[in-house]
Design a protein around this ligand. Sequence first.
Ligand code: SAM
Length: 241
Amino acid sequence: MVRRWRELAADSVLLDGFHALKHALRFGAEVPLALTADRDAVLALAEDLAPDLTARLDALLRPVDAGTLPALLPRPHPTGVAALAVRGSGGSGAVPEAERSAPYVVLDNPRHLGNIGAVIRVAAGAGAAGVLTTGTVDPWHPNVVRASAGLHFATAVAHREPGELPPGPVYALDPEGRDIRGLELPDDALIAFGSERHGLSPALRTRADHLLALPMRPQVSSYNLATSVAMTLYHWMAGRP
Ligand SMILES: C[S@@+](CC[C@H](N)C(=O)[O-])C[C@H]1O[C@@H](n2cnc3c(N)ncnc32)[C@H](O)[C@@H]1O
């Protein structure tokens, strides 16, 4: 099993823990290998939290010694299970543009892996078309997948150059913009957010059709990136039937 893990690991996405594996399976990811040192505990967790998956996990889980996961992973998840999935499988492909009925979230050069994962998680939950990132961070980095709880497989997730974004009006979020509350976000929008440190890049600011602000109390400078995405997506959802 260890040899098979090592063979697959280089080209696969690490699903670190029960919740990541659960979401990946629910949203159709190809999962060639899942390891645990305690099958009974993982199956009991499934019975409790995801009974829809108990039979599939029973067939998928491969037992290993207690020392195996700590040797394979830098920080094994407390739920005691790890799996490998095929990157881009399941629901992580882009919807054809003609069929798109929800906005994309665009993260302009995000830096914090936990933030990117939290954004993917909320985008998947809200039914956004996907999350596109510019800049140097891989949105499929294992720590991003860990933070998204495996919801990479429930929405399109990809890196894009700033000039390769899908068509659609760009609504860029910035504390200096116009109050978002007076405006409805259309389903074909690209909703863009700046980086944690520097905000929107000049390129995205120039490309923006609208600059929108989330209301804040005076003297507060900005919200956290993932929080801003959650508030904006909620605003989009609240304006829909
Ligand atoms: C942590 S903030 C960046 C703060 C950065 N120091 C700046 O100068 O903009 C990350 C991103 O979240 C969004 N954001 C945060 N607070 C916001 C607000 N009140 N209104 C609109 N967007 C906001 C923006 O897209 C921003 O670029």
